[in-house]
Design a protein around this ligand. Structure first.
Ligand SMILES: NC(=O)CC[C@H](N)C(=O)O
Length: 360
């Protein structure tokens, strides 16, 4: 192997870390965020919600199971959450140059280079994470080749860069879902298709209120939800109706904004596979997979809505539900991938609410 190049990590507050480059040899700037999951790097890297972000993994050993092949089934990647890597760069502690897994087709290093994504290893990612937890999420630069300007993804509408341009339909089941694609993870579509649905994936600014879907799904996606003005305006019209609506993550924030609530940026976000979430008004607690930096302000939720779930660690809103109409959302990811599957039943609840409306 050729000599590794030194990669410097510079944070917005001037702090620096030094590591070794193992991905594409190029400098980059973005928002530095950390994820504490122990597994699932192929899924995380291809999650469009990470657009504009430099991802730090606190789990120290990364790359040991390689990366699966880009195999597609009915238009969707079987093992990835979208068609490409979306993180701006990856920062890890120990890169495993050896990999082994029945499903591995290439190494993480080959994959990063192929997608022109920088990777840095030999970094004390837990020390870096402690700084991000103390001071909050910061902008950062990875310096390998050249010195780019500081880039702040929160000032941009990133959703339009990851949404489909024209509608795409998957499956041929009985229930027709209009899915507003703000950067959907494939497993959301897989979960819906599992329940005898046909899913039409629509551009982020598509006026869904003019169509007659059986149910509407609002996906996850990158950046500040307030950047999606067109989606929020269209949703306001949808919420005047009675068609069941389910939103996940960014979709939850957009539903809240359309309902008249407010969102704000968390200090360092929730990115992990073990976020405990309690269903309000019950003793039920679930372990959830999460990836978000913004949240719904509980004090801004209008009286026609309830908090559906609450985070047991920090008390933040983990979903909202309308008191009468069939609208609900989760800030966490019930589709997970990678992550726990405890809350998959919410997809069934969504489809059942459509069926009971059609039957009734
Ligand atoms: N996964 C998501 O949908 C993330 C939503 C939003 N971009 C946030 O960071 O809060």
């Amino acid at each position: 192997m050729k000599q590794e190049r030194i990669a410097k990590i510079v944070l917005e507050n001037g702090m620096e870390f030094t590591g070794k480059s193992f991905g594409y040899e190029q400098s980059v700037s973005g928002e530095v965020v950390f994820n504490t999951a122990m597994t699932g790097y192929p899924e995380s890297l291809t999650d469009p919600s990470y657009k504009g972000q430099i991802l730090v993994s606190t789990y120290p050993l990364i790359g040991n199971y390689g990366v699966p092949a880009p195999k597609k089934n009915e238009g969707l990647h079987t093992y990835y959450e979208s068609d490409r890597i979306h993180v701006s760069a990856l920062i890890i502690s120990d890169y495993s140059f050896n990999y082994h897994h029945w499903n591995a087709a290439k190494s993480l290093q080959e994959w990063l280079i192929e997608h022109k994504i920088p990777g840095v290893y030999d970094v004390d990612t837990r020390a870096l994470t402690q700084i991000l937890r103390e001071k909050g999420t910061m902008l950062g630069k990875i310096l390998i080749e050249g010195d780019p300007d500081w880039y702040d993804p929160s000032g941009e509408n990133l959703v339009k860069t990851v949404s489909v341009e024209t509608p795409v339909t998957y499956g041929s089941g009985r229930t027709h879902i209009g899915l507003i694609d703000c950067g959907v993870k494939n497993n959301i579509i897989r979960q819906l298709l599992r329940l005898d649905t046909k899913v039409t994936r629509l551009p982020w600014d598509f006026d869904v209120s003019r169509e007659s879907f059986d149910g509407i799904f609002l996906t996850n996606g990158p950046g500040d939800p307030k950047q999606c003005g067109a989606t929020i305006d269209n949703l306001k019209k949808v919420l005047q109706k009675e068609i069941p609506v389910f939103g996940i993550c960014l979709g939850s924030q957009l539903m809240a904004l359309a309902a008249g609530a407010d969102t704000y940026k968390l200090k360092y976000g929730h990115r992990s596979h073990n976020q405990p979430v309690q269903q309000k008004g019950s003793a039920r607690c679930y372990i959830t997979s999460q990836n978000h930096g913004y949240a719904v302000d509980p004090d801004s939720i209008p009286p026609e809505w309830d908090i559906y779930f609450e985070n047991v660690n920090d008390g933040t809103v983990e979903g909202i539900i309308h008191k009468e109409k069939p609208f609900f959302s989760t800030q966490f990811h019930p589709e997970a991938s990678g992550g726990p599957t405890d809350t998959q039943f919410l997809f069934e609840n969504f489809i059942n609410s459509i069926k009971s409306r059609c039957d009734g």
